[in-house]
Design a protein around this ligand. Structure first.
Ligand SMILES: [Ca+2]
Ligand SMILES: [Ca+2]
Length: 467
């Protein structure tokens, strides 16, 4: 957690609250305070079809209770979600909700043709349960699923895993899979991961690999790898990680299994901060903002680099871009308030309330900026956009359902302005009044902004109306 620089998020009150992380594993310790009140009631095991022996008929096994007998699931969940409660470990997203999905198979040792009665659970996963668990996680609203497990499955298993991952893509969620611990093991080719992502790579943008490093960012001496998917791999703490175990004890664990929930926890933090972003954008941000290590750029040992929550939460645009954005907004933003809206008094209020700007970086993340958005009082009439010198002002039809309107405009030197989907902000300058500002421009190619990662600027007031 320290290596992931997540304190930056907590200092801003971002803890993963309201975001659900699914952990597909051996279950969960329900009694430790580390997950108290945050284990989703939807947590569950799954029915499975098995045969007790080679000559036994198939039968349906009821879901196992989610209690963690083996222990792996609790330790993995701990890295993502353990409470920030002043004791024991703390997860990356200490207030996120845990959807514990138990995918262990049955222990068939000793079962014979004449056996009856309950079949105990094993300590291993049933690969056939992975796909149903992923689908279930999507259905239950989990933003990110953690699979600290590797293996291979062909035929129906492969088809089901692909179909399940298609659902992750369609819902714009995320799946984080640990890299195999075995030295030199390609964890993608012919593995579950390739089933998920597809030989056509169609689901690649919603999938991340995670690999463990120590608290100093050093790789393990021998480890598995992401095969051809190194560009979708992040490194995170995976050596001597403090976790709570199935019996509630604090223990130290090592393995790539513990890097995956760190990445998932970081994704949950970003999801809370920018709920409008999905798995594709958030995974892209985490990859782009990872701290490069080892060989320059993407490499087989660190993938895209070491997970860096602090950088992931900062605007990804140079300061100069924001200065240019400020200049653009100062020049072209104007809202004139007429007497019905309170004249100069309302203008003062508006200045306080909308004297800032919302700037979007290249991922569509919004950041507040303080700037001079030019709110003016006027004696009569409500004129919006009057400062646009040369303008084609094609007013768009009012959208009744949103009670808003706006226009797109060519504004000379800043011809990079282009129409975009209108955004709307509403506020009340006085009792019974509501002003709606429609913003429908994005700046991408204007002077000083061309080539900049800062691609959009909103909060240019272009219209207002009372309601
Ligand atoms: Ca704790
Ligand atoms: Ca590198």
């Amino acid at each position: 957690m320290v290596i992931a620089r997540a304190a930056y998020a907590y200092d801003r009150g971002i803890t993963g609250k309201g975001v659900t992380i699914a952990v597909l594993d051996t279950g969960i310790n329900r009694s430790t305070p580390e997950f108290a009140g945050r284990i989703s009631a939807d947590s569950t095991g799954f029915e499975q079809r098995i045969a007790r022996c080679g000559t036994c008929p198939a039968e349906t096994l009821a879901p196992y209770a989610i209690d963690d007998r083996q222990g792996h699931g609790t330790t993995v969940a701990s890295v993502a979600l353990a409470a920030r409660n002043g004791s024991g470990p703390q997860g990356l997203a200490p207030e996120a909700t845990l959807l514990a999905l138990k995918i262990v198979g049955p222990d068939l040792s000793g079962q014979t043709a004449g056996s009856t009665g309950p079949i105990p659970e094993s300590e291993s996963a049933n690969a056939m349960l992975i796909a149903p668990a992923i689908r279930y996680a999507v259905e239950k609203g989990a933003f990110v699923s953690v699979l600290s497990l590797n293996g291979f499955g062909t035929g129906q298993i492969a088809q089901d895993q692909r179909a399940a991952m298609d659902q992750v893509r369609l819902a714009d969620r995320l799946l984080v899979n640990s890299v195999d611990n075995a030295t030199g093991q390609d964890s993608f080719t012919g593995q579950f991961a390739e089933n998920f992502v597809g030989t056509d790579r169609a689901n690649k943008d919603w999938f991340l690999f995670a690999i463990g490093v120590d608290q100093n960012g050093n790789p393990r001496s021998a480890n598995g790898n992401a095969g051809p998917l190194a560009d979708r791999m992040l490194a995170a703490g995976g050596n001597d990680v403090q976790v709570v175990d199935k019996d509630g004890n604090v223990v130290s664990v090592t393995g790539n299994s513990f890097a995956a929930p760190a990445v998932a926890g970081a994704a949950a933090l970003l999801k809370q901060y920018w709920p409008q972003l999905g798995g594709k954008a958030i995974s892209r941000i985490l990859l782009d903002t990872a701290t490069d290590a080892g060989a320059p750029g993407v490499d087989a040992v660190f993938g895209a680099g070491i997970l860096n929550v602090e950088k992931a939460m900062q605007a990804q645009a140079p300061a100069s871009s924001f200065a240019v954005a400020d200049a653009v907004l100062t020049r072209f933003s104007s809202l004139t308030t007429s007497a019905p809206f309170g004249g100069s008094a309302a203008a003062a209020t508006l200045t306080r309330q909308v004297g800032g700007m919302t700037v979007f970086d290249r991922y569509g993340r919004d950041y507040g900026m303080t700037g001079s958005t030019g709110v003016h009082a006027r004696g009569s009439g409500l004129v919006a956009g009057a400062v646009f010198g040369q303008t084609d002002v094609p007013w768009r039809a009012a959208q009744a359902e949103a009670a808003r309107f706006g226009f797109a405009s060519n504004v000379g030197a800043y011809s990079g302005l282009r129409p975009a989907v209108p955004a709307v902000v509403s506020f009340a300058p006085a009792a019974g009044q509501r002003v709606t500002l429609g913003t429908n421009v994005a700046i991408g190619g204007g002077t000083g902004l061309a080539g900049s990662p800062l691609r959009g600027v909103a909060s240019m007031p272009v219209g207002s109306m009372s309601a």
